[in-house]
Design a binder for this molecule. Structure first.
Ligand SMILES: Nc1ncnc2c1ncn2[C@@H]1O[C@H](COP(=O)(O)OP(=O)(O)OP(=O)(O)O)[C@@H](O)[C@H]1O
Length: 339
């Protein structure tokens, strides 16, 4: 079967910054595919290239077997794009905005009317359709934006951080809707830095960091590849490195400890991988007690996507985001994108 999306060795630079160094993945028709990564990883740049909004500096992009770079107009018809930030004209009602959008897609009026009614009902927007969008909450605005992206019935829907800043209820409504779209055969590509969002929605995912794919597969494949359970150990709330290293030496001698790293970004806590069924917590406690080291916290869990990220990069997704946020000039980027 021809993949719905192929991205092969994509590269994109902004001046001297290599925003996308080398990204490759493919998405099968009818799949929800997640791009997971911290802010600044290159997710938005990748999907802007896919949606013909940015010109790649290298690589191949195809939608339904057709090159996006050679045939931008044809591929645009097959794609629906829901951007991260919704820019709505506040004076128009939701319905008027959709009518305007339908006109931009050259949809005949009767078809447009029918689709708008359908989408308003599917997205539970009934009572909001005839209200001005300036009065909408973030969740309602996002649902209207989804409707706008789907008006021309694209084969592939691309969503950039669709639930960022939304309350839980609106988030679940969007998730539910995306699952229904998948059932109806639409291919969905979604970027997110919410682990639980990708875990809950995606059939397959690629984890992106620093402009590269660092892992890909189904959520369970990625977690299973990590092997045993995770244990997080904190000697103190913020331990000196020397103490964390001392604890590491002791704990890694225990036979069930498969892997251990010191997470410097998290107060020098220790992240362990332990073989399943070893009942490790009491044994770790005992070994530290014997050398007089305290324990601030000790917890065991099944591997998560964050552990996949941690294993690949040595830091958690949240730490990566904090680091990225401190070095970014969002205003300058916006200006660039407007050009
Ligand atoms: N228009 C632009 N001009 C200059 N640099 C940019 C521009 N857009 C993005 N960048 C930079 O490219 C890198 C990748 O950004 P990108 O927006 O693709 O990441 P992201 O993973 O989507 O994160 P976010 O969710 O915050 O958008 C970052 O270092 C960012 O600062």
């Amino acid at each position: 079967m021809t993949p719905a999306i192929v991205i092969d060795s994509l590269k994109k630079n902004y001046g001297s910054l290599e925003a996308v160094k080398e990204i490759s993945f493919s998405v099968q028709p009818g799949e929800i595919f997640g791009l997971l990564g911290p802010n600044g990883a290159g997710k938005t740049t990748t999907i802007r290239c896919l949606c013909t909004l940015a010109k790649p500096d290298g690589g191949k992009i195809e939608v339904g077997g057709v090159s996006v770079i050679d045939y931008p107009k044809a591929t645009r018809k097959r794609l629906g794009y829901v951007a991260q930030e919704v820019a709505l004209d506040k004076i128009l009602t939701g319905r008027e905005l959709l009518q305007l959008q339908a006109a931009l897609y050259h949809l005949p009026k009767t078809i447009a009317k029918e689709r708008i009614n359908q989408l308003i009902s599917l997205l539970d927007l009934g009572e909001y359709g005839d209200r001005k969008t300036g009065t909408y909450s973030g969740g309602i605005r996002k649902r209207l934006d989804l409707a706008a992206g789907l008006l021309h019935q694209p084969e592939v829907l691309v969503l950039d951080e669709p639930t960022v800043g939304l309350d839980i209820e609106s988030r679940f409504i969007v998730w539910d809707f995306l699952r229904k779209l998948r059932e109806a055969g639409t291919t969905v590509l979604i970027t997110s830095h919410y682990l639980e969002e990708i875990d809950a929605l995606a059939d397959r995912l690629a984890i992106i960091d620093g402009g590269r794919v660092i892992a890909s597969g189904t959520p369970s494949q990625l977690k299973d590849r990590l092997g045993g359970d995770r244990v997080t150990l904190r000697i103190r709330e913020f331990s000196p490195l020397s103490e964390a290293e001392q604890a590491k030496t002791i704990v890694q001698a225990l036979p069930f400890v498969e892997q251990i790293i010191i997470n410097t970004a998290q107060g020098n806590s220790l992240n362990l991988v332990v073989s399943v069924g070893s009942n490790p917590l009491s044994k770790i406690e005992k070994s530290l007690e014997e050398v007089g080291l305290p324990i601030f916290s000790l917890a065991q869990s099944r591997p998560s996507l964050d552990d996949v990220y941690l294993a690949a990069t040595g830091r958690t997704l949240m730490d990566a985001e904090l680091a990225a946020a401190s070095g970014r000039d969002l205003k300058a980027e916006k200006k660039q994108q407007m050009k």
